[in-house]
Design a protein around this ligand. Structure first.
Ligand code: PMP
Length: 438
């Protein structure tokens, strides 16, 4: 039985499709095999993107309110120019001297506390977390990992063992412990204490089983746990707990990083902590496959002295040129200010819909990352997965793209490119309002 339980997956046979789409889906199945999934009940076939817009094969445009990869917008001209120039000049790897990787390291490291003094590059967020775990094991002598209950950190063999959202068919490692996600809006005040106590209990359980803790790793905005930005600062106690137990703290910035939260370049900075390792991904190259990590010298010293690190494509000159361009645009165009200002407007407008729609529960966000619970009723706070699916698909039919997340699959995940405008928000809210009404 194929698992199609993931949030917002296309389920064959549910709705009638045009001949072209049906034909392409059949070819995908034949050529790509059973592991791939498509989004939406009517899968989309895009041929072009520009800014916040995606264009399908018929020329219809869709407002992309779901893209944290091209977070400066589709086909951003500065990134396109940087890649084009570099690919026409030279594409080589990190075994040769090259200026651009150094410029990138200088740029990235200037955005974090000076203790974090090294950058290492990978091709994906999964590889970054895989590398972080290898470093953590060497640094701590342990293997134990603590994650939140609905975490996602990636797809390699070792990382899939600490990515519970891959589903029950993908087993968690026996060295992995999960803790409740720090959802202040569900569990009430003292979220920091509760989270720290849960992490301490997980540490004790690892130790009782003879497993030495290596790392606590969290997505610092808890995306797949339902997007949990409130109240900033709640990570401190948990970070202390893992360090006291000899482990390290890894902040996975694949989702909140590169300015999405509006107030800070990195999600962990909202919490007033400095991680031992920061992992980076998706938005880093605005679509180019570049990811990596930042860390302290003492954390990586033993690993670096004992293991050679070479990753053929990671840190190639073209990907580095893309990432340097991304950093420049974030600074030059005051992208974080836009994320903060337009994000606040988006949060306010989505929140205002609560008075008209009983099914709309808690609405929360940080910058251009907003979540809204869809409930059966507010009294019981029971999530309404079926309605969430209908809303996501109705919006898609009306030309606006979002998706859903959370343990009950009932949370609207609103995550537009960081160049989103107030005008884009107005259109988004109009379409959301209509979908909630239906
Ligand atoms: N960490 C988090 C928090 C993610 O959201 C993702 C991707 N969704 C990853 C890691 C893995 O990144 P990639 O798909 O680039 O391997």
């Amino acid at each position: 039985m194929v698992d199609l339980s993931s949030v917002n997956a296309f389920i064959p046979g549910k709705v009638e499709l045009g001949a072209q789409e049906a034909g392409m889906i059949a070819r995908r199945d034949r050529l790509l095999g059973p592991a791939y999934r498509l989004m939406y009940q009517k899968p989309l076939h895009f041929v072009r993107g520009e800014g916040v817009w995606l264009y399908d094969a018929e020329g219809r445009k869709y407002l992309d309110t779901y893209n944290n990869v091209v977070s400066l917008g589709h086909c951003h001209p500065d990134v396109v120019e940087a890649i084009t120039k570099q690919v026409a000049m030279l594409c080589t790897n990190t075994r040769y001297l090259h200026e651009t990787i150094l410029e990138l390291a200088d740029g990235l490291l200037s955005t974090v506390s000076s203790e974090l003094s090294h950058m290492m590059l990978t091709c994906s967020g999964s590889e970054a977390n895989d590398l972080a775990y290898r470093i953590a094991k060497v640094r701590t002598g342990g293997t134990g990992i603590i994650i939140t209950e609905t975490a996602y950190h990636g797809i390699t063999d070792s990382v899939s063992q600490f990515s519970p959202t891959l589903g029950e068919a993908v087993p968690l490692g026996s060295h992995v412990r999960t803790v409740r996600a720090p959802a202040a809006y569900r569990s009430g005040p003292n979220v920091a204490d509760r989270f720290a106590r849960d992490v301490e209990a997980a540490i004790a359980d690892l130790q009782r089983h003879g497993i030495r803790p290596a790392m606590l790793i969290v997505d610092s905005i808890f995306t797949s746990d339902g997007i949990l930005p409130e109240e900033p600062g709640f990570l401190k106690g948990a970070v202390e707990a893992i360090r006291n137990a000899g482990g390290i703290f890894v902040a996975d910035e694949v989702q909140p990083g590169f300015g999405r939260t509006g107030s800070h370049m990195w999600g962990f900075q909202r919490h007033g902590v400095v991680p031992d390792i920061v992992t980076l991904g998706k938005p880093m190259g605005n679509g180019q496959p570049i990811a990596g990590l930042l860390t302290r010298h003492d954390v990586v010293e033993k690993f670096g002295n004992s293991a050679r690190y070479f990753n053929t494509f990671a840190g190639n000159t073209v990907s580095c040129a893309a990432a340097v361009a991304v950093l420049k645009v974030i600074q030059r165009d005051r992208i974080m200010d836009n994320a903060r200002e337009v994000g606040a407007y988006l949060l306010e407008k989505v929140g205002a819909l609560r008075s008209r729609h009983q099914c709309l529960g808690h609405v929360r966000g940080a910058g251009l990352f907003v979540a809204a619970d869809i409930l059966r009723d507010r009294e019981s706070q029971t999530g309404d997965r079926a309605r969430t699916t209908r809303i996501v698909n109705a919006m898609r039919d009306d030309g606006v793209l979002i998706s859903a997340c959370g343990v009950d699959h009932n949370i609207l995940k609103i995550r537009p490119p960081l160049i989103f405008s107030r005008e884009n928000v107005d259109l988004f809210v109009e379409v959301l309002d209509k979908a909630l009404e239906a």
